[in-house]
Ligand binder design. Structure first.
Ligand SMILES: [Zn+2]
Length: 257
């Protein structure tokens, strides 16, 4: 049966945490899948969850920090050396000004291998805030966030479902994402105040940011390991008071679309 869902592959950061993985999400639509970010270890996590690397037809990178992008060579090498795969191509969506980074920096050392194995290809798609990219009935719309100059959030729309991923971000103009009417938003929430990492939302800021929006469900993610308990406690005290419903994203969780 063809099913659509989001599979949370990890909710972590660049700081390793037992049992977790860097923030990454597999959006499965019918028989194909889109990845939002691919941090280190991603190829193994994908297979651990019962998928195949060739299920992935598109990767949307929120930005070029290591915990979001280092899994790309792992995926490409995994595809190259899998004898069962006759032909496969992956679209790579990345901020326009950083499109060169993939070939000129990240994958440079391995170009000879990728050239030799021509049955596996990738296509870099430079994107910017507000552009619409249509890939196999899936509409991908990047939006502006506030983290690094390469940073973008993404709205993924398919059929009647619309899901948004902020990637790492500090306080930003929530209208940038709200105007696309997502039902679900995955939102950075790295710490609990008084702790604050510049470039990232605290859980208090994240809750304030979405409290007046029409988004009905928000999953907090990209949690610093030492902050998880405090964030859980903060959300428990907040209680089930109002829209939006605010939940903590869990590694391995499958959310039907
Ligand atoms: Zn990160």
């Amino acid at each position: 049966m063809k099913t659509s869902h989001i599979h949370i592959l990890g909710t972590g950061t660049s700081v390793p945490e037992p049992g977790n993985a860097p923030s990454s999400y597999l959006v499965k639509i019918a028989s194909k899948a889109i990845l939002i970010d691919s941090g280190p270890g991603i190829a193994q996590y994908i297979v651990n969850e019962g998928y195949h690397l060739e299920d992935i037809h598109t990767i949307c990178f929120t930005h070029i920090h290591s915990d979001h992008i280092l899994g790309l060579p792992e995926i490409l090498f995994g595809l190259i050396h899998d004898n069962h795969i006759a032909n496969h191509s992956i679209n790579i969506c990345i901020s326009t000004n950083y499109a060169h980074f993939i070939e000129d920096e990240l994958l440079k050392a391995w170009h000879p291998w990728f050239k030799k194995y021509q049955h596996i290809n990738y296509r870099i798609i430079p994107v910017f805030s507000g552009t619409n990219i249509l890939i196999d009935d899936v509409l991908i719309t990047p939006f502006r966030v506030n983290h690094h100059e390469s940073s973008l959030g993404y709205v993924i729309r398919t059929g009647s479902s619309s899901i948004a991923f902020s990637g790492d971000t500090d306080v930003f103009n929530i209208n940038e994402v709200e105007k696309h009417n997502p039902e679900i938003l995955f939102l950075d929430s790295s710490t609990c105040e008084p702790n604050k990492i510049p470039g990232h939302l605290s859980v208090q800021e994240a809750v304030r940011l979405v409290s007046t929006t029409s988004i009905s469900k928000v999953y907090l993610t990209h949690i610093m390991p030492g902050e998880r308990k405090k964030i859980v406690e903060f959300l428990r005290k907040r209680g089930k008071i109002s829209v939006p419903e605010i939940l903590l994203a869990q590694k391995g969780q499958k959310i039907p679309l």
